[in-house]
Design a binder for this molecule. Structure first.
Ligand SMILES: [Fe+2]
Ligand SMILES: [Fe+2]
Length: 325
C-alpha cells in the first residue's frame, strides 16, 4: 500500500486541483481524510505523523528505565502516568496516520527496520534520577514548543490529536521541572546531579528542533501546506528564550559560555549544537540507537501471540455474530 502510494506520487497533480487545495489551506480550512490532497501532502504527513508517533513510543524507553527506581512512591506514580500518556500519544498519532491510508503495522515495520526515524533525543541515555527531571523539563518542554503551533495544522485528524496531546505535555513539563527543582534545591550531591543532567541534555534538546533552517530540506513546502507552522530556528530560539530564565531560577548554569541576552534582538544569543553529532545520531551512531531499536523489535516479536490472539478472537466474534443474524 505504502509502496503503491510512493509510486503514484510520480503522477502529476492537476494544477487547478492543486490551486483549489492551496486556497482551502490559505483560508484556514481543515483538510479531512476523504478530501482530495496532493500525493506530496499525503506522503509528507505520513512521514511527519509517523515519525512523531514513533517518537512517543520510543520515548517511553529512557523513562520507563527509571520507573522501578523512582525515589518515592509519589514520583513513581507520576512517572508511571507520564509514560502511559506517551503510549496514548503514540496511539492517537498512529490513528491519525492511518486516516492517510497507511496501516499501523506498516508504520511499525518501517520503524523496526530503520526506514522511518524517531526523534534523535531518545538515543541519549538517562543515567540518573536527575535526568528524568531534565527530560520532563527540557525534552517535553521542547516537544510542547513544537506541538502547540501544530494544533493549527491544516490536516484535521493531526490537529485534533495535537490538542489533546498538548494538554498532557504541559503536565509532563511541569512534573519534570518540579523534579529537577527538588534536586537543584537539595544537597550538594543532588545539585551536582541536576547540573550534570542539564550539561548532557541541553544540546540534544536544542537538536530536537531539527537542522538549521539553511539545511532543512522539507521546510518551504511544508510551511505552505501548514504542516509545519514555524521554522526550526524560530522554535529553537523560542525554546532558549523560555528555558534560560528557568535554569537561572534553579541556580543551574546552561552549558554554553557564549550564551547572553542580546538587547537589540530581544533574544538570547546562543551556540548551536554540534551538527556533526546530530547527523551521526540520525545515521544510527548515537549512544543508544541499537538498544532502542532492539527493545522495540523484541517487544514486537514477543507480542506476536497477543496480536494473533486478538485477531483470532475478533474473527470468531464476527463469525458468531454473522451466524446469529
Ligand atoms: Fe508525548
Ligand atoms: Fe510528554
Amino acid at each position: 500500500m505504502y509502496a503503491q502510494m510512493i509510486k503514484s506520487e510520480a503522477t502529476q497533480d492537476d494544477p487547478e486541483q492543486l490551486a483549489a487545495f492551496q486556497a482551502r489551506i490559505d483560508a484556514g480550512e481543515k483538510i479531512e481524510p476523504k478530501d482530495w490532497m496532493p500525493e506530496g501532502y499525503r506522503k509528507t504527513l505520513i512521514r511527519q505523523i509517523g515519525q512523531h508517533a514513533h517518537s512517543e513510543i520510543v520515548g517511553q524507553l529512557p523513562e520507563g528505565n527509571w520507573i522501578t527506581r523512582a525515589p518515592t512512591l509519589e514520583r513513581k506514580a507520576i512517572l508511571l502516568a507520564k509514560v502511559q500518556d506517551e503510549a496514548g500519544h503514540g496511539l492517537y498519532l498512529y490513528g491519525a496516520a492511518e486516516t492517510l491510508g497507511v496501516s499501523r503495522d506498516e508504520l511499525t515495520e518501517m520503524l523496526l527496520d530503520g526506514r522511518m526515524k524517531y526523534s534523535s533525543i531518545f538515543n541519549y541515555p538517562t543515567l540518573n534520577w536527575a535526568d528524568i527531571g531534565a527530560v520532563g523539563w527540557l525534552v517535553d518542554g521542547a516537544a510542547i514548543m513544537n506541538q502547540v503551533p501544530l494544533q493549527r495544522t491544516s490536516y484535521g485528524p493531526y490537529s485534533r490529536a495535537m490538542i489533546r496531546i498538548c494538554k498532557e505535555e504541559s503536565f509532563h513539563q511541569r512534573q519534570g521541572y518540579d523534579a529537577i527543582r527538588r534536586m537543584a534545591e537539595g544537597s550538594d550531591a543532588q545539585k551536582k546531579m541536576a547540573q550534570d543532567a542539564l550539561n548532557r541534555l541541553w544540546y540534544p534538546s536544542l537538536m530536537m528542533f531539527g537542522p538549521s533552517d539553511k539545511d532543512s530540506v522539507h521546510s518551504a513546502q511544508s510551511m505552505a501546506w501548514k504542516i509545519k507552522m514555524n521554522t526550526n530556528d524560530e522554535l529553537r530560539q523560542k525554546f532558549v528564550d523560555q528555558t534560560v530564565p528557568q535554569a537561572e531560577y534553579l541556580g543551574l548554569t546552561v552549558p554554553d559560555p557564549d550564551l547572553k541576552w542580546n538587547e537589540a534582538r530581544g533574544h538570547y544569543d546562543f551556540t548551536d549544537p554540534d551538527w556533526t553529532e546530530f547527523y551521526e545520531v540520525l545515521k544510527g551512531n548515537g549512544p543508544c540507537n541499537t538498544d532502542r531499536l532492539a527493545a522495540r523489535n523484541k517487544a514486537w516479536d514477543e507480542g506476536a501471540w497477543v496480536r494473533d490472539g486478538l485477531l483470532a478472537h475478533a474473527r470468531k466474534r464476527t463469525a458468531r455474530k454473522m451466524a446469529a443474524e
